[in-house]
Ligand binder design. Structure first.
Ligand code: CU
Length: 482
């Protein structure tokens, strides 16, 4: 009897407990301005390509953001220096993660070593200048203002101090995310990427400290178009990563100042895109347009391993100006989704006659002959970069299973006449280079004897090869041999 009595009391208690839980259930506010904030919290800020912890189910808070402006020298690409103006020391600036209803207390600090005043316009702010009017701050000062996040979405922030274009061009932009009530759906990996265009006095690649070029910026003739402030910020060891089967969310912004981005990931289809960073979701997208001063949230599942290249599909920007990144995916292959190369057959549309690789036909020398060893190397390098490079690669390293290496090639170094013959007549059939078998076709290279001598001298004197000098006479001797 006693037992059942106890059970009864217990069940009443738990019912009361449950009811009180339901009473506490989220009140839905029609107006985000009415969402109450209770506690205070220091915002976690991260530098690209990282993002802070998702808001999840947390309640709206008073969120304290401390952002320090730093003017500092950095590297645009190898040997090219640039003085960046930054929010938080990086381009783009620190990522700010909030939720709807947060009351953001923003502290903008201008480091005393800086030379200029700055301010901040956050597109997530409802108010004059997006905060710019209240945040204009001189070096050695700190300005504070606060705002309530009313609309969920992914927003750009940037400096809006005159000349505005110049402050943005120097790297003063970043992203602030306002998550909806309850947070965005959970994914496995999240990354922060922002495109920007840069204008330098010297042309692309010109070395040294490069000052900002106002005229090029006005003309929108960018020397560099990059992700995350510099060439190579997301390539090689800096690549972002994921594992097969994971879901990835990219927070992609475009700081401009001048160019619109056609954001694309080679070999991946975006399952979902929050267009322009808002609520509207488009599905199954190949390339999404990201306006200057705009953003997009991009989600996809990675199904197969490999290196997926992130580009602005205005493609010269990717391959000539720097707008190229990498997502490296590791895991099991899935032949159902992607087979990989199945076979490589020789395709000769002109008929079998071409297989003999004709050796006749005069080639007119296109250049004055080299007068010295140095000139031979110089001309040879030019010829290499124009013809051989496409297959044998910049450092002569070749491509596994396709193009044999010329760097430290035992095949090359063993027999100079044979190497001359390869360039003169082409090569087909199985060969072994450094222990690896190749069975492919190198077509005859349309070069004059002088050019062949130069290019082979360059190859022999590069990448650990045997330092032979090849002369025009040596090439003619092989050519006239029947
Ligand atoms: Cu500024």
């Amino acid at each position: 009897m006693k037992h059942s009595h106890l059970l009864f009391v217990f069940s009443i208690a738990s019912m009361l407990f449950l009811t009180s839980c339901f009473d506490n259930k989220e009140t839905v506010y029609d107006n985000a301005a009415d969402i109450p904030v209770n506690r205070e919290m220091i915002a976690e800020l991260t530098s690209p390509p990282h993002v802070p912890t998702p808001v999840g189910k947390r309640k709206a808070k008073k969120l304290i953001v401390k952002m320090e402006i730093l003017e500092k020298e950095g590297e645009m690409t190898d040997g090219v220096k640039y003085v960046y103006w930054t929010f938080g020391g990086t381009v783009p600036g620190s990522f700010i993660r909030t939720r709807v209803g947060d009351e953001v207390e923003f502290h903008l600090q201008n480091h005393p070593n800086n030379k200029l005043p700055h301010n901040i316009d956050l597109h997530a702010v409802t108010g004059p200048g997006g905060g710019a009017e209240s945040s204009f701050v001189a070096p050695g000062h700190e300005k504070t203002f606060s705002f309530k996040t009313l609309n969920p979405g992914l927003y750009v922030y940037h400096c809006a101090t005159a000349p505005v274009g110049m402050h943005i061009a120097n790297g003063m932009y970043g992203l602030i995310l306002v998550e909806p009530e309850g947070g965005l759906p959970i994914v496995d990996k999240e990354y922060y990427i922002m495109q920007g265009d840069f204008y330098t006095k010297g042309a692309n690649g010109e070395r040294g400290l490069q000052p900002f070029d106002m005229q090029k910026a006005v003309d929108e003739k960018a020397d560099y178009v990059v992700f995350n402030g510099k060439v190579g910020s997301l390539t090689g060891d800096n690549a972002i990563t994921a594992k097969v089967g994971e879901t990835v969310r990219l927070f992609v912004g475009n700081g401009g100042p001048g160019l619109v981005s056609s954001f694309h990931v080679i070999g991946e289809i975006f399952d979902k895109v929050h267009i322009e960073g808002g609520d509207l979701i488009n599905k199954n997208v190949q390339t999404t347009l990201i306006p200057a001063g705009g953003a997009a949230m991009i989600e996809f599942k990675v199904d197969v391993p490999g290196t997926f290249i992130l580009v602005d599909h205005s493609i010269f920007r990717a391959f000539n100006k720097g707008a190229l990144g990498m997502l490296k995916v590791e895991g099991q292959k899935d032949k159902k989704i992607y087979s990989g190369e199945l076979r490589d057959d020789i395709y000769l549309p002109e008929g079998p006659g071409i297989q003999s690789m004709p050796t006749t036909g005069e080639i007119v020398a296109s250049e004055v002959p080299a007068k010295s060893f140095e000139e031979q190397i110089e001309f040879g390098k030019q010829a290499y970069m124009q013809t051989c490079f496409a297959c044998h690669q910049a450092e002569g390293q070749g491509v596994p299973n396709a193009f044999p290496p010329l760097a430290k090639s035992d095949y090359l170094n063993a027999d100079v006449d044979r190497a001359i013959g390869v360039v003169l007549h082409g090569l087909t059939g199985e060969i072994t280079v450094n222990g690896q078998k190749y069975n492919s076709v190198m077509t005859r290279q349309m070069l004059s004897p002088d050019e062949i001598a130069n290019v082979l001298t360059y190859v022999y004197n590069s990448w650990g090869n045997s330092k032979k000098v090849v002369t025009k006479a040596m090439v003619e001797k092989v050519k006239n041999r029947k």
